[in-house]
Design a protein around this ligand. Structure first.
Ligand code: GLY
Ligand code: MN
Length: 464
């Protein structure tokens, strides 16, 4: 945990932004895998962690704005439970660590909320993503569980999202710790992967690094020679010399801040000429995007800039043709780059996504596009200092998409379908770093992870 002072400051900041009423925070409970005692790895709700830091199931909290009171709800463990779990701190002790003095048993939560409701007081809560917490809200507030999120407080969402988006010094240190784990995962994968191995051997190996160095993965590893499938969680392919592999993976620091890094490398340690040509385009798009990042510039513009570099490069190879600017405007390049340039990063790998992207990624000035590719951009609005955003362009050759567009004669003025035939088994390439928006520009966080062709070839040819 951070010091109690930090959690107190965060709550004080939040209280200034909410006019009146009570703020209800639900921590997460255990999620059973197949019966209650056999649960998935516990992950606390990130907003609960942000304001209270208690990294355990079965907690809730209230901030009473009108009475300026902060309360934590939880039950002390019984001796029967301690027999199975070992020594445990009391709720009071846990609450003191985040600077809260007022604690109650969990069954008091319902009484306090019902009393507030009876007086017509406003109860703010953020959108819920776990069904158990939706059911809890139905019980506590009398709202139909399936419609809970219709009643989430817009005032609270805005306040929390604004606060959590801008990272403090100690948060950046945590993110950098998470990136240093990702560094080890990336380099280890390059050195460990060999022809004849199954993808899962490498995926398992790097997951072990995340567990041994931090709090485990920040999302399920994407490790695949079929990098053209953007979020490929299948690890059943055998690696061969000549294959390139996309490794999109990250870890959580001990305090659950995330990293999210992608590298693409050749199993043999040497890219083919064809692979190198595409790789250099993706790298240039990424470097150009990183260089363009500064406060006030919209991330949509940077996405479009990266898209233009991609379309330019593909035109030079003869895979695209015609007017590049127009091709990007119409979305023809999305055949190769069908996702957004990046997303916020913090306590969650897609930070704040549970608040709904339109609540933090877009604003009155920039509305979400419906165009294929651009519609998947998660953060489009003007950048502000202190946010951390991923920069992750890619080029993919997705056979099903190419066949569909070709059959529809889509963008024939911009795409050379004939020449594309030779790339149908290419796979995909993505390169991703985690970037801080500074007062004057940007900073790639963490120790540099090999990404230039010679660096990647050097590391991936020195096998362990
Ligand atoms: N690293 C996976 C993603 O950004 O969606
Ligand atoms: Mn990402």
């Amino acid at each position: 945990m951070f010091s109690a002072k930090i959690y107190k400051q965060r709550r004080t900041e939040l209280k200034k932004k909410i006019e009146k009423g009570l703020i209800l925070f639900l921590g997460n409970d255990e999620s059973p895998m197949n019966y209650a005692d056999n649960a998935y790895k516990f992950r606390q709700d990130s907003t609960f962690l942000y304001y209270f830091g208690i990294d355990e199931p079965n907690f809730a909290a209230i901030i009473d704005i009108d009475e300026n009171k902060e309360m934590i709800f939880g039950n002390d463990f019984t001796i029967d439970e301690i027999v199975w779990m070992g020594p445990q701190k009391t709720v009071k002790q846990k609450a003191a660590k985040c600077g809260v003095n007022l604690t109650f048993k969990m069954n008091e939560l319902e009484n306090i909320l019902k009393a507030a409701l009876a007086k017509g007081r406003k109860i703010h809560f953020i959108p819920q993503y776990r069904h158990s917490n939706m059911i809890k809200l139905q019980i506590l507030l009398g709202i139909d569980a399936s419609r809970v999120n219709d009643y989430a407080s817009q005032e609270l969402i805005k306040a929390v999202a604004e606060q959590r988006a801008v990272k403090s010094k100690e948060e950046l240190e945590e993110i950098e710790k998470a990136i240093s784990i990702a560094y080890e995962m990336q380099v280890a994968a390059m050195k460990f992967a060999k022809a004849g191995m199954m993808e899962k051997e490498v995926a398992g190996f790097i997951e072990g690094i995340a567990i041994s160095m931090g709090s485990g993965l920040s999302f399920p590893v994407i490790f695949s020679k079929h990098g053209e499938t953007l979020h490929n969680h299948f690890y059943g392919n055998k690696l061969n010399n000549g294959d390139i592999v996309v490794n999109d993976s990250g870890a959580e620091s001990l305090l659950h801040y995330a990293s999210d890094i992608t590298r693409t490398f050749p199993v043999s340690g040497k890219f083919t000429q064809m692979q190198k040509e595409i790789y250099e385009i993706v790298l240039l798009a990424q470097l150009t995007a990183i260089k363009s990042i500064k406060p006030g510039v919209s991330y949509k513009d940077i996405h479009l800039k990266a898209s233009t570099v991609i379309a330019d490069g593909l035109k030079a190879l003869g895979l695209m043709k015609g007017d590049v600017k127009q091709a990007v405007k119409e979305g023809a390049h999305a055949l190769f780059f069908p996702h957004g340039l990046g997303h916020l990063l913090g306590l969650d790998v897609h930070d704040l996504e549970n608040f709904g992207e339109s609540n933090f990624g877009y604003d009155n000035k920039i509305k979400r596009s419906s165009q294929f590719g651009l519609k998947s951009l998660r953060y489009a609005k003007a950048l502000v200092p202190g946010i951390v955003i991923t920069v992750e362009p890619g080029i993919y050759f997705i056979p099903q998409l190419i066949e569909k567009w070709e059959a529809e004669k889509k963008f024939t003025q911009f795409i050379n379908y004939q020449k594309l035939q030779a790339y149908k088994n290419f796979g995909g390439i993505r390169i991703e770093d985690d970037v801080l928006v500074t007062e004057t520009g940007s900073k790639v966080l963490g120790k540099p992870i090999p990404k230039f062709v010679d660096e990647v070839e050097e590391v991936s040819s020195s096998k362990i």
